[in-house]
Design a protein around this ligand. Structure first.
Ligand code: HEM
Length: 478
């Protein structure tokens, strides 16, 4: 569309006309007008919105609204989601290390092997659960996996996939078709699982605390009133839940235990397959480009020398890994658009022409236009992480290439402004830690290079279809 119509055009997506801008600087004018209670991109995912209405999930409804109730919902968890990197990195690193230990066997060696794409969904679930509950459920290890956890992974995967299909076939719901029925079953399972897991976790740690307190009392050392408990004195009954996001949310005292339970399903839903899709493109790009992988393995060896990434400093010291992730987003983003809807009309200037975009009309920034334009980007269809190394970025600063490659709108897949993804730091940490571990441990390639062909397919996010079979071979040095 961009090459045919230029910097601004209109198109109809999901039955609604929307403006599409290609210039990120013009899109900045939209962002500046988003106001105090911006409309979130998630609000256009109608199947979720309707599901929350039907199941009377108040926090779910708040998350998909744009008034004071949305802000309160967001504030109730933001501080814990955007916590210091070091808070969650060790748990993520532990999960990633367990994942990588079994990856070669599970994906390549076992007769009944796990498709790499599914392995990544399980990996994302293991890492995110480690963040939520302080320990990994190890769904990537077929010897120890709990079938209930596996059912969760399959249900979210299905719900995610079916949401995409429903978006493009809204009549499915009207006529109560199979896609809608299946979507509902999988959403119910996902949410029941999240709530139940969280309840179990909270009661387990509460019991542990009571046992510890009892033991202290027996030794005559009990002080009472929760004193000496670094989980805080919020008045919350679950003072012992120190580990993990769930514990931090409960202990902050803005949400009740029941609130956290009802948020767990939606958070797992928002945090698992999104991350898996981004990782699936990254590993696909690495498998397609062995020279890049070799250079990355060399950087990891030099900086980490076999260790896991557990500190923010280590993350900073891996510019090539960062560039690989950044280049993967440029070449194969999980969504081709960043979308906003404003409460008021906005005037946008593009090439000296003024466009008035009415309130309530969707406006998108095309993430594939400038970053793939050969006038601004050399060899745009190739995967070249070197273009995102600090020297290259500095050299093009102030040029159109700098805009096309380095404008913040193109930096990552998490959106911008007040509705930016609350899980962005967690997702970046998970992707970085797992990629660092896997590339240190394995050479990642296609099982059958001749048959490794795919096309991007639009569901809720863009995915490679069919996802090629991946082969993992242990690196000699590891
Ligand atoms: C790589 C993985 C992820 C991607 C690509 C992603 C992408 C996005 C995008 C594009 C938005 C909409 C932003 C907007 O409205 O402008 C969003 C919102 C959101 N994301 Fe993520 N996300 C990811 C991981 C996560 C994780 C791990 C969580 C953690 C639970 C999470 C929780 C949320 C929530 C709660 C919102 C709603 C924020 C709001 O409306 O105020 N996401 N995400």
């Amino acid at each position: 569309m961009y090459s045919e119509y230029g910097d601004v055009y209109m198109m109809s997506i999901m039955g609604e006309d929307e403006y599409v801008l290609c210039d990120p600087i013009a899109f900045d004018a939209v962002l500046r007008r988003e106001g105090k209670f911006p409309i979130g991109a998630s609000e256009s995912v109608i199947p979720f919105k309707e599901y929350y209405d039907e199941t009377n999930n108040t926090l779910g409804k708040n998350s998909m609204s744009h008034g004071p109730e949305w802000r309160e919902w967001r504030r109730s968890m933001e501080a814990d989601m955007y916590a210091e990197w070091e808070v969650y990195l060790p748990a993520i690193a532990d999960a990633a290390s367990r994942i990588s230990k079994v990856a070669g066997y599970e994906v390549t060696e076992r007769v009944d092997n796990i498709a790499f794409e599914d392995f990544l969904s399980r990996s994302a679930f293991d890492m995110f659960s480690s963040v939520m509950y302080g320990e990994s459920p190890r769904t990537t290890d077929s010897d120890v996996v709990d079938p209930a956890d596996l059912e969760f992974v399959t249900s979210t995967q299905a719900a995610f996939e079916l949401t995409g299909r429903l978006l493009f076939n809204p009549l499915e719901k009207v006529f109560g078709g199979d896609i809608y029925r299946s979507f509902k079953i999988n959403m119910d399972r996902t949410f029941a699982f999240g709530s139940e897991r969280t309840a179990k976790y909270i009661s387990r740690v509460t019991e542990e605390e009571q046992r510890e307190a009892g033991a202290k009392e027996d030794r005559g050392g009990a002080t009472g009133g929760g004193e000496g408990n670094d989980a805080g004195n919020s008045g919350c009954p679950v003072t012992a839940v120190k580990n993990g996001l769930v514990g931090r949310l409960v202990n902050r005292g803005r949400l009740s235990v029941e609130d956290v339970q009802s948020m767990s399903g939606p958070l797992l839903m928002a945090g698992v397959d999104t991350t898996a899709y981004v990782m699936s493109w990254l590993f696909l790009n690495l498998a397609s480009n062995p020279a890049v992988q070799t250079r990355l393995a060399e950087e990891l060896r030099t900086v980490l020398d076999g260790a896991d990434v557990t500190t923010a400093k280590q993350m900073q010291d891996l510019p090539y890994l960062k560039a690989c992730i950044r280049e993967s987003h440029r070449l194969t983003p999980t969504s081709a658009m960043m979308t906003k809807t404003l409460h008021e009309d906005v005037d946008v200037d593009v090439d000296g022409m003024a466009y008035r975009i009415p309130a309530g009309r969707r406006i998108s920034l095309n993430l594939r236009a400038y970053p793939m334009d050969p006038r601004y980007v050399d060899d745009p269809t190739s995967y070249v992480p070197e273009r995102f190394l600090p020297d290259a970025v500095r050299a093009r600063s102030g040029t159109m290439s700098g805009v096309a490659l380095d404008h913040p709108a193109f930096a990552d897949p998490f959106g911008r402004g007040k509705r930016r993804c609350t899980g962005s730091n967690l997702a970046i940490a998970e992707i970085t830690v797992l990629a660092a571990r896997m590339v240190q441990d394995y050479e990642i390639s296609f099982a059958d290079p001749k048959r490794a062909m795919w096309r991007p397919r639009q569901r809720l996010m863009l995915k490679a279809d069919p996802y090629p079979d991946i082969k993992l071979v242990r690196r000699v040095s590891s």
